[in-house]
Design a binder for this molecule. Structure first.
Ligand code: ZN
Ligand code: ZN
Ligand code: ZN
Length: 382
């Protein structure tokens, strides 16, 4: 989970991160946030290149709206941090010091008496519980409100990284569709392990998930691959992805082990149309909820509305799931550099399920898909 490098060549790392930190400060000032406290989660690596291990020992980026950034880090972890003089200061703490007190001191030194503190979603609760009594007259907000909009707008290096990760899982999907990944007679778990090995072999640093769901199991969108043996003449849903150079891939394709049943083929044609229409609708200025609605209207018009039981997509980048969410109620208009999944599905309980997923980036030239594997439901002899 830890230690992914963040995209950008070492030569310009310092400039990339200095720019991101400055934009974060601007966003904080615009929103009246005095200091951001970022611990676990991917805001700290986005801003500094350092990804803390999920330890009980505190690591914290203290970022004042007016002032220099400091990473408070356990002394034994300090050697893992790539130093960037002028970008942030490293403040290692020893085993007998109280890192929460150190954090509180930095906050007090850099902010007014009455202050607004933005904290990352993934900071351990224990740190916040200890910190709150040390800081009086303090209001807390979520850091996603100030950092999320920056992370949403991917720069060219980030889009290139998403594209490389997407091409890697496309190649695996291609093998699946070509019948070169054995299915019938193997368990879902075995096929999942096979996909996971291929995700790593294709250059990812970690596997994030490899869902394999056969037949009726595919009706559960996040099915955990288990001991069910894949049979002839059923649908096999594969949803898999990993992290490569810090950025995530995520693709879903379904194959059919035999002659495709007519009810499945009819539903798949609807899904295919819905997915393609939603991708096409993902243009700059279109509200996220409208992209969701485009897919939903097509599926509902075909009578499957009650069987499309999740949002159409999620943002993707350093995190496998991040803003913007492609969901009803999200009025946010797409901007250039927003990256997200389009993944409608149809799930008939007890019978079968199907989903089709691509990662798409909104650009000034229109929606740019990171995935190009065949979108059809392919009958495989595997
Ligand atoms: Zn999912
Ligand atoms: Zn997926
Ligand atoms: Zn997804």
């Amino acid at each position: 989970m830890s230690g992914h490098s963040i995209v950008s060549s070492p030569a310009n790392d310092a400039k990339v991160f200095a720019d991101r930190l400055e934009r974060a400060r601007q966003s904080m000032r615009a929103q009246g946030v005095d200091v951001a406290l970022l611990s676990l989660g991917l805001d700290m690596p986005y801003l500094t290149g350092y990804n803390a291990m999920p330890l009980e020992r505190l690591t914290m980026l203290v970022l004042p709206a007016h002032g220099d950034a400091t990473i408070v880090v356990p002394g034994l972890e300090a050697p893992r941090v790539t130093l960037m003089p002028g970008v942030f200061t490293l403040l290692p703490w020893s085993e007998t010091e109280d890192p929460v007190a150190i954090t509180a001191r930095l906050v007090k030194e850099s902010t007014p008496e009455t202050r607004v503190v933005a904290v990352g979603d993934q900071m351990w609760a224990r740190f916040l519980v200890d910190l709150m009594p040390m800081l009086s007259a303090t209001q807390y907000r979520r850091s996603v409100d100030v950092i999320g909009s920056l992370r949403m707008r991917k720069d060219q290096a980030e889009i290139d990284a998403l594209r490389a990760a997407g091409a890697a899982v496309d190649r695996i999907a291609g093998e699946l569709q070509a019948g070169r990944i054995p299915l019938v007679g193997r368990t879902e778990a075995q096929v999942s392990a096979d996909l996971s090995a291929r995700i790593l072999a294709e250059g990812h640093d970690v596997v994030n998930f490899a869902i394999v769901a056969a037949g009726e199991n595919a009706a559960s969108p996040h099915h955990h691959p288990g001991s069910r043996v894949i049979q002839k003449n059923e649908i096999v849903l594969c949803d898999f992805g990993g992290t490569m150079n810090g950025y995530c891939s995520d693709i879903t394709r379904c194959v059919f082990t035999g002659d495709i049943a007519s009810d499945v083929a009819e539903a798949y044609a609807v899904l295919f149309e819905a997915e393609a229409a939603a991708v096409k609708a993902a243009t700059i200025g279109t509200p996220c909820e409208e992209v969701d609605a485009v897919a939903r209207r097509i599926i509902a018009a075909a009578g499957f509305g009650d069987y499309f039981i999740h949002r159409t997509g999620h943002g993707i980048g350093l995190d496998a799931h991040e803003d913007p969410y492609i969901v009803s109620g999200n009025f946010l208009p797409l901007e250039a550099g927003h990256a997200f999944s389009i993944e409608p599905g149809i799930y008939l309980p007890g019978k079968w399920g199907m989903r089709l997923e691509d990662i798409v980036v909104a650009t000034t030239h229109g929606p740019d898909s990171m995935n190009h594997a065949d979108h059809n439901l392919i009958a495989v002899d595997a």
